[in-house]
Ligand binder design. Structure first.
Ligand code: 4F9
Length: 219
C-alpha cells in the first residue's frame, strides 16, 4: 500500500516478474489515494502539536487496509523505528499466507493506524529515506526469492551469503583464463570434495576479514 504505485516498477523485471507471471505468488500494488473519502483525494495533513512536514491521515489507510485484510494477513509498516530486517526475518515472513506492507511517505503515518492494524514495524537499516517504498521492495524481493520454485537451480538460495552464517565464497565462469587472469585450479579439477573444502575455507576467510561480527554471532 503506497501513495506512489509507479515506484514499484522494479518488481516488474526479471526473476520477480517471472514468478508473479507464472503464479508462484501474487503481488498487488494498492494506491492508498484511491481510498480517500476527501473530494480532492487528500491523504496527508499537518501534525498535531506542531513540527514540519505532513503525516498520512488515518481515514484512507483504515479503508485501504480494511478492504484487503483477512484473518491470515500479517501487517508490516516499513519504518526506521522497526526491527532491522535480516535473512532470518525473511525466512519467518515467507511462511505467512498474506503479507500487507504499508509504505509511509513524508513524515510517516498517523500512530492510530499502527496501533490498530500493524503486527510489526521493519527497518532495512539505520538511515532515513523519503518513504517506505524502497524498503518494501527490499522486503518483497528478499522474501519472494525464498518461495519454492521462484529461483531455479541455476540461481538457488542454498549457498547464498548468510544462509550458513557466512559470506559466500568467490565464484568464476568461463573462460578459465581471461587476459591471463586465471580461475583457481581446484575449481577446474572435478574433485567435488576438494572444491567443497576450498569454498568453505574461502567463506571463512572472507567472513573473518569483512564481518567478524557474523562469526561471533554463530559461536
Ligand atoms: C523505512 C527507512 C525502513 C529504513 C521510511 C523514511 C525507512 C523509512 N527502513 N524512511 N520512511
Amino acid at each position: 500500500m503506497t501513495l506512489f504505485p509507479d515506484s514499484f516498477a522494479p518488481l516488474r523485471e526479471s526473476i520477480i516478474a517471472r514468478a508473479v507471471d507464472s503464479g508462484k505468488f501474487s503481488l498487488n500494488i494498492i494506491n492508498i489515494r484511491d481510498f480517500s473519502a476527501d473530494k480532492h483525494k487528500k491523504c496527508d495533513d499537518t501534525i498535531f502539536g506542531g513540527g514540519d512536514g505532513l503525516l498520512m491521515m488515518p481515514q484512507p489507510l483504515f479503508d485501504c487496509i480494511e478492504s484487503v485484510k483477512t484473518e491470515n494477513s500479517h501487517i508490516i509498516y516499513l519504518s526506521p523505528k522497526g526491527e532491522t530486517f535480516t535473512q532470518s526475518k525473511a525466512k519467518t515472513l515467507v511462511e505467512y499466507e498474506h503479507l500487507i506492507l504499508i509504505c509511509g511517505h513524508y513524515e510517516g503515518i498517523d500512530q492510530r493506524v499502527i496501533d490498530t492494524f500493524v503486527d510489526e514495524e521493519i527497518s532495512i537499516g539505520d538511515y532515513v529515506l523519503t518513504g517506505g517504498e524502497l524498503p518494501a521492495m527490499v522486503v518483497v524481493d528478499t522474501v519472494a526469492r525464498l518461495i519454492p520454485k521462484v529461483l531455479h537451480g541455476e540461481n538457488s538460495a542454498k549457498d547464498d551469503s548468510f544462509e550458513n552464517g557466512l559470506l559466500e565464497y568467490p565464484q568464476y565462469t568461463r573462460p578459465a583464463d581471461f587476459r591471463g587472469l586465471k580461475v583457481p585450479e581446484v575449481l577446474l579439477s572435478g574433485n567435488h570434495q576438494e572444491i567443497a573444502k576450498w569454498r568453505k575455507a574461502q567463506s571463512e576467510r572472507i567472513t573473518k576479514e569483512r564481518r567478524p561480527d557474523l562469526i561471533d554471532k554463530n559461536n
